[in-house]
Design a protein around this ligand. Structure first.
Ligand SMILES: [Cu+2]
Length: 139
């Protein structure tokens, strides 16, 4: 009986982990998570554009050329407030703070990303949700 309970709990934990990693997850620690995005995570066909849908950012990593801007489109059913890391100061890549508050259906561009570096961003109202975090590599 104890065995059965352990197995059920393990399966539930694996499901939660897989869901958390389903959007472009590149985890090296899990062998059970899928390596391709699920149907719920469809990247935008527009260049340099992140899409928020189903409460997650797609894709979660992007590489752009120096001088580029990125766009975040909120295709979710709720508002999101996307700002530069770190939370709550937002001082790392201030160009990203121009995006900020997005109603459902709304999108906005960042400022010019002129310096070769990595810029992280998050949902200011949900800063610990890793599905709502993204990283831009500027090169
Ligand atoms: Cu914040």
């Amino acid at each position: 009986m104890r065995h059965v309970i352990t197995l059920v709990a393990g399966a539930a934990a694996a499901t939660v982990l897989a869901a958390a990693l389903s959007c472009g997850g590149s985890s090296a620690t899990s062998t059970t998570s899928p390596t391709t995005p699920t149907a719920s995570c469809t990247p935008s066909s527009s260049p340099n554009t992140f899409v928020i849908q189903n409460n997650q950012v797609c894709p979660q990593t992007m590489t752009v050329a120096r001088g580029s801007q990125v766009t975040i489109l909120n295709s979710d059913t709720q508002t999101h407030e996307m700002d530069s890391d770190p939370h709550p100061e937002h001082t790392d890549c201030p160009e990203l703070n121009q995006i900020d508050f997005l109603n459902p259906g709304q999108s906005r561009q960042s400022g010019n990303l002129n310096t070769a570096r990595k810029c992280g961003f998050h949902d200011h109202n949900n800063p610990s949700n890793t599905a709502l975090k993204g990283t831009i590599t500027i090169q």
